[in-house]
Design a protein around this ligand. Structure first.
Ligand code: HEC
Length: 176
């Protein structure tokens, strides 16, 4: 578990910390990744949830800054495959969640990303509008329990995809 103290991380505050990620701690990074719930929704090295994209290759697809933006402001860009759906109901109100399936009569929607097999059936005849949610299923502020060192270990873990040979785990060599 993180020791903290946490803070309300912004991209502006966190980005400078990414400039010099060396000698990081893989075990701690992985522990932070689980503690702040990333693992519940994302797969890394074949382990974890499938609510969001697989993050194993993240470090080759995203810059450290892009990783921070995606983590701190998840709703800023929402990848097509993983968006939530809003069903507006005839009787008023709406249901938001991940659309799992649909058939001629019903939508099948999962409202709790931590219990993805809890599926609610919603009759199409009760739905007046179906649209993509503009808010991500991923909640903001997950990393706010972390202190600076813990955030660096988490970011190193994401950048390295858990590969122990990655540069972020090399000890800084003494300059001669
Ligand atoms: C409740 C489930 C959930 C949790 C918890 C969660 N994510 Fe996500 N994440 C998603 C979903 C869904 C998406 C895709 C939609 C989007 O882009 O917002 C996503 C997208 C991302 C992306 C963009 C990846 C890409 O390929 O586009 C990154 C990076 C990411 N998450 C990192 C994290 C990190 C780091 C944590 C832990 C601090 C975390 N996520 C926790 C659900 C989650």
């Amino acid at each position: 578990q993180p020791e903290g103290p946490g803070r309300r991380w912004t991209v502006e505050e966190a980005e400078p910390l990414m400039a010099n990620l060396v000698g990081r701690d893989l075990v701690k990074g992985k522990a932070m990744y689980a503690a702040v719930l990333c693992q519940s929704c994302h797969t890394m090295q074949g382990e974890g949830g499938a609510i969001g994209p697989d993050l194993t290759q993240l470090g080759t697809r995203f810059s450290p800054k892009d990783i921070l933006v995606a983590t701190i402001n998840p709703s800023e860009t929402i990848s097509d495959q993983y968006h939530a759906t809003v069903l507006e109901l005839k009787e008023g109100g709406s249901i938001v969640g991940k659309l799992n399936d649909e058939d001629a009569q019903n939508y099948y929607i999962s409202q709790n990303p931590f219990a993805p097999n809890d599926i609610k059936k919603v009759a199409k005849s009760n739905v007046i509008l179906k649209k993509n949610a503009d808010v991500s299923i991923m909640m903001p502020g997950l990393i706010n329990r972390l202190n600076e060192e813990e955030l660096k270990d988490l970011m190193a873990y994401l950048i390295s995809g858990g590969n122990p040979d990655h540069a972020v785990y090399k000890q800084p060599t003494a300059q001669k």
